[in-house]
Design a protein. Structure first.
Length: 256
C-alpha cells in the first residue's frame, strides 16, 4: 500500500467523522479503494524504532502508562488515579480510545490540561488489529487522532494496540502514518479480578528495570489500580527510578 493512498484514506474517514457524514467506521474486514495519483512520500520515519517496548536500559527512567478503553461498566474514568498523579506531579502517558474520549469528555479534558501528561492513541473502537484490514487499521488510528483534536487535545503520534494485538500489518500501517507503536515490558495485571492491590504492587516492583514501560488502566478495566498506585510509586522511588513520559524515554533511547 502506498503511503500517499493510506494517508488519503485515513484522512477521508477522519474528516467524514468530523463533519458528521457518517457515524460508522468501515466494517472490520472492509477494503476501500482510493484512486492513486502515483505520488508517494519519501519523508523519513521520525522514530528510531518501529515498535517500542522499553527505553534505555542504561538510565533509571521509567514510564507509567494508562490505557483508557471503552467499557459498558461505569465509572469509565478513575479520578482517584489522576488525583494522585497530579498530587505527586508525576508524568504519565495515557493511551485513549476515541469512543472513550467522546463518552468521558470531562476526563479527557483533565488529562489534556495537565502539562506533565501525554495523550496517545488507543484505537477508536478498541478492536483487535489482527482482525482488521490495513485500511481499517489506518482509520482506527486517524479517527482517534481526529476525535482527540476536536476535543481540544494535542495527541502524540504514539499508538498502543488494543489487547496488545500487534501483527506486522499494524506496524507497517503505523509507520506509514508516522506513528510509533508503543507496547510495554511490565504488565501490572490490573484487569485481572483475581489480583489484589498487593499483587499489583509486587509485580510492578519486581519486574521494573531501567527504561521500563508499565501498563495500567485508568478506567475500571484496572481493578485495584488506584489503591495500589501510591505503594507502587513509593517503592519505585526507593529503588531510584525517575518517572518520565514515553516521549521523554524516546529522547535517550539510543544511549546505551
Amino acid at each position: 500500500m502506498e503511503r500517499r493512498r493510506l494517508l488519503q484514506l485515513a484522512g477521508a474517514i477522519a474528516l467524514g467523522r468530523a463533519i458528521g457524514l457518517s457515524a460508522e467506521q468501515p466494517a472490520r474486514g472492509t477494503s476501500t479503494s482510493i484512486p492513486s495519483d502515483g505520488a508517494d512520500s519519501t519523508r523519513p520515519y521520525p522514530f528510531p524504532v518501529d515498535i517500542l517496548y522499553h527505553g534505555s536500559r542504561a538510565r533509571p527512567e521509567i514510564a507509567l502508562t494508562f490505557d483508557a478503553c471503552p467499557r459498558k461498566e461505569r465509572p469509565e474514568f478513575s479520578t482517584e488515579i489522576v488525583n494522585y498523579l497530579q498530587q505527586e506531579h508525576l508524568p504519565a502517558t495515557f493511551f485513549v480510545s476515541g469512543l472513550w474520549a467522546e463518552h468521558c469528555q470531562d476526563g479527557i479534558k483533565r488529562l489534556a490540561e495537565a502539562p506533565y501528561f501525554e495523550i496517545g492513541l488507543h484505537g477508536y473502537h478498541h478492536w483487535k488489529s489482527s482482525e482488521l484490514t490495513e485500511q481499517v487499521i489506518a482509520s482506527e488510528i486517524e479517527s482517534t487522532r481526529s476525535t482527540l483534536v476536536q476535543l481540544g487535545c494535542k495527541p502524540q503520534p504514539f499508538f498502543r494496540p488494543p489487547y496488545g494485538d500487534c501483527p506486522p500489518k499494524l506496524i507497517k500501517v503505523a509507520k506509514e502514518l508516522d506513528v510509533l507503536t508503543v507496547m510495554w515490558d511490565v504488565v501490572s495485571g490490573d484487569p485481572n479480578p483475581r489480583n489484589t492491590a498487593e499483587r499489583l504492587e509486587h509485580r510492578v516492583l519486581t519486574l521494573t528495570r531501567d527504561g521500563s514501560i508499565v501498563i495500567m488502566h485508568v478506567n475500571n478495566g484496572g481493578i485495584w489500580t488506584a489503591q495500589a498506585l501510591p505503594a507502587i510509586v513509593a517503592g519505585l522511588r526507593e529503588q531510584g527510578f525517575q518517572f518520565v513520559s514515553v516521549g521523554q524515554l524516546l529522547k535517550h533511547l539510543d544511549k546505551k
